[in-house]
Design a protein around this ligand. Structure first.
Ligand SMILES: [Cu+2]
Length: 162
């Protein structure tokens, strides 16, 4: 029996290849919104809030807004922005009314800027573990992403250039 290229078995193989490539890249896309590499640092106690970082790319025609973030791992989830006050002290402010992502723009959740704060964890975050989080956007809707806990030492990396 001959197999043709458009045989359903070939198509299934191609789809499988595509989906495993997506898993490796660790990104999630829906309705024009692309969420790149969501990750968090490990925490040493469940009473310590955890910060989650990722990039949001808006490939859509118009602006969208991140309205809320939920996870079964934490009692409260807030979107924060770190700002430097007039005394040169970094303070975190909750982002109210959602975080706008203009069309064509990338908003980075990173150290010293925006981040998602998980408050009241059910257990400390352990390096290498993964857990689901749902991001709700005004237009793109609910996007389920998987957070990878990574033991990155960002502070060391940041200061190595000085
Ligand atoms: Cu915070």
């Amino acid at each position: 029996m001959r197999l043709r290229f458009f045989d359903p078995r070939f198509i299934a193989t191609i789809l499988l290849t595509l989906s495993s490539a997506t898993a490796l890249a660790h990104e999630f896309t829906q309705g024009g919104i692309l969420v790149e590499h969501p990750w968090a640092r490990p925490t040493h106690a469940k009473t310590v809030p955890a910060a989650v970082y990722f990039n949001v790319v808006n490939k859509g025609e118009g602006p969208d807004r991140l309205l809320s973030v939920t996870t079964t791992r934490a009692k409260n989830v807030e979107v924060h922005k770190t700002m430097i006050d007039d005394k040169n002290i970094a303070r975190m402010r909750p982002v109210v009314d959602g975080l706008t992502i203009p069309a064509g723009a990338t908003v980075s959740m990173e150290t010293g800027s925006y981040h998602v704060m998980l408050i009241g964890l059910d257990a400390p975050l352990k390096a290498e573990e993964r857990f689901p989080v749902t991001l709700t956007f005004e237009k793109a809707g609910e996007i389920d992403v998987e957070i990878v806990v990574e033991d990155r030492e960002a502070a060391k990396v940041d200061h190595s250039n000085h």
